[in-house]
Design a protein. Sequence first.
Length: 212
Amino acid sequence: MKVTCRLCRASDTRLFANVEGRDYWRCSRCQLTFLDQGQLPDRDQEKAQYDLHQNNPGDAGYRRFLDQLAAPLAERLPDGAEGLDYGCGPGPALARLMGERGFPMAVYDPLYRPETDVLAGQYDFITCTEVIEHLHWPHLEWRRFAQLVRPGGWLGLMTRWLTDDAHFPRWHYRRDPTHVCFWKPETFAWLARRDGWQVVYAENPAVILRKV
């Protein structure tokens, strides 16, 4: 059986694990691990899970959590840089944090902020926090990121990395039913080599790339 990688579109994949009746595939080229297409949650299941999240922009603990990306990204941005928070959720907390640092942001989320006019332009930076593990077709989103970021601009990603294959069946991150893609540091490095990005910061769970 051949399964195409949903990120790099290679057919060089293998069944990585079957856990609790769910099949996970691993791409030999880009190292993405992803849930079988036939087992992906539908939009209603996703929204029901997302509505359980407590992403209050005023919560100090949540702000510290997001600061794992916001702080190192802000250090690299030129004064007045304008960005887009892609997948902002119901409470665009990261956009608020970056705005407080002097970096105004537009917001987009296919469920909570679906206005697509913000996807028509380009930005100095894009943030995507706790989103890429949910993507059903990440190759499409990755292509969109390249279109949205200006040359010399920045892409800030935040997702918990898959670093221990043996622990995968017990990993809390896997247990979220809407988490369907699991990223390794090698995955980001492979994408950067292929598409002309530079990985300038990588410390689990944050990755910052520059479009060169």
